[in-house]
Design a protein around this ligand. Structure first.
Ligand SMILES: Cc1cc2nc3c(=O)[nH]c(=O)nc-3n(C[C@H](O)[C@H](O)[C@H](O)COP(=O)(O)OP(=O)(O)OC[C@H]3O[C@@H](n4cnc5c(N)ncnc54)[C@H](O)[C@@H]3O)c2cc1C
Length: 372
């Protein structure tokens, strides 16, 4: 059997790609090191933010529009609830990158938004205690995705559409041949005409010849017990990002029953992906408690933590490209801590690219060339 496309890694990007490739009638083989969704990569922890007034770069906004459409389409096809719109606040000093960048994206792409003063933030969302000269961009369509459910749903639908998915079967080696690629696992060899690496934190080690400029870091998520009455409840609290220094962001989610989830969007300590453990140090908890005091004026009891990995590029933008020596091998590394929301759009676009042998124009700004 010669597969049309082999997808290496079935997390956020690989599950979506397997689905869209199978939808196009291709024979798809998917391999994963573990059984996704799992807690050993980048896609666990109950929720991921989705937002559109993208401070990182306006070029992401067309991808986000497609991502929203595709998540909603996936909900209809699967009858699952995957996306919850809560509204979103981008909070910071008026000259912060978060405020300036979100506003630029919103204005350029006509995104439904409005600006709030610190007093207006406090009146609408009493949980926040922010400096009186800060402001926020409120984005109405922002919200959250349920990552484990999203991955499960894409994998189910990919299998229903004919993809063959092998879990607990890591790719050990690959080589290019005249016909395509030969893949080796502990269970045997497979042949495939095309290959897409969606291997998250492991992607660099599977493509050593490219010495990809990726740094894998450890990221901690915290859930805190909320008081009664609850100012963090879904009815009175949105998803938020808050900038408190250059490239320093705190973000969080409304309490849906599991507590107030909050984390730092700052690359943590570097590690090798196989070294990830779920243990959290006392000083990391104390640091987060300090931010809670500073921006919410409160002390809350810790309920739970989780540890996840970012795969960071030097400029914080994704890396999506074809292998310079093997044009039928695609590299899909959209992380740097903000990739999940894009999985539905990127899976579709990369599937389209694999069929047409062309890099979709929307993805050209994410090429490997920019680092060379
Ligand atoms: C703490 C945290 C918070 C985040 N918050 C947000 C957010 O709010 N919004 C947002 O949009 N994004 C967010 N992100 C980023 C987002 O979650 C990631 O960009 C996305 O999950 C990456 O998906 P992936 O498919 O690349 O990796 P993963 O989902 O980790 O998938 C990679 C898969 O490859 C498999 N694999 C590895 N090696 C092999 C091999 N040799 N053979 C076979 N399979 C292999 C792994 O087992 C894994 O299942 C966050 C990330 C973290 C860590």
């Amino acid at each position: 059997m010669i597969w049309d496309v082999a997808v290496i890694g079935l997390g956020a990007m690989g599950s979506a790609s397997s689905y869209y490739l199978a939808q196009k009638g291709l024979k798809v083989l998917g391999l994963d090191r573990f059984t996704p969704p799992h807690i050993r990569g980048s896609s666990h922890g109950q929720t991921r933010i989705i937002r559109e007034a993208y401070f990182e770069h306006p070029a992401y906004v067309p991808l986000l529009k497609r991502a929203y459409d595709n998540w909603q389409d996936l909900e209809k096809k699967s009858h699952e609830s995957l996306l919850l719109k809560t509204g979103g606040l981008m909070i910071g000093a008026p000259q912060s990158e978060l405020i300036l960048g979100s506003r630029q994206s919103a204005e350029k792409h006509g995104i439904d938004h409005h600006m709030l003063t610190a007093a207006e933030i406090k009146a609408a969302y009493p949980a926040f205690e922010i400096p009186s000269d800060w402001i926020a961009l409120k984005e109405n369509r922002a919200g959250l995705l349920y990552p484990e459910k999203c991955i499960e749903t894409y994998l189910d639908l990919a299998q229903n559409a004919g993809s063959e998915l092998h879990t607990n079967e890591p790719l050990l080696n690959w080589k290019a041949t005249n016909q395509g690629f030969v893949l080796e696992t502990e269970l045997g060899q497979y042949q495939s005409k095309k290959l897409v690496f969606c291997s998250g934190a492991w992607i660099g080690s599977l493509l050593p010849e490219l010495t990809l400029p990726l740094k894998v870091t450890r990221q901690v998520l915290f859930w805190f017990k909320t008081p009664t009455p609850n100012p963090f409840a879904l009815s009175s609290f949105p998803i938020f990002l808050l900038e408190f220094g250059k490239d320093k962001h705190l973000y969080g989610f409304p309490d849906q029953g599991a507590g107030f989830k909050v984390a730092l969007h700052i690359p943590g300590h570097a590690l090798k992906p196989d070294q990830l453990t779920q243990s959290v140090e006392k000083n990391e908890i104390l640091e987060m408690e300090t931010y809670l005091k500073q921006f919410f004026g409160t002390t809350l009891k810790l309920k739970e933590t989780a540890v996840c990995m970012y795969t960071n590029t030097p400029d914080g933008h994704f890396l999506i490209d074809r292998h310079p020596q093997h044009p039928n091998l695609w590299i899909m590394s959209p992380c740097s801590g903000h990739g999940f929301k894009f999985a539905s759009a990127l899976g579709e676009l990369v599937a389209q690219g694999l069929v047409t042998n062309q890099m979709p124009s929307e993805l050209k700004f994410l090429s490997l060339q920019r680092f060379q």
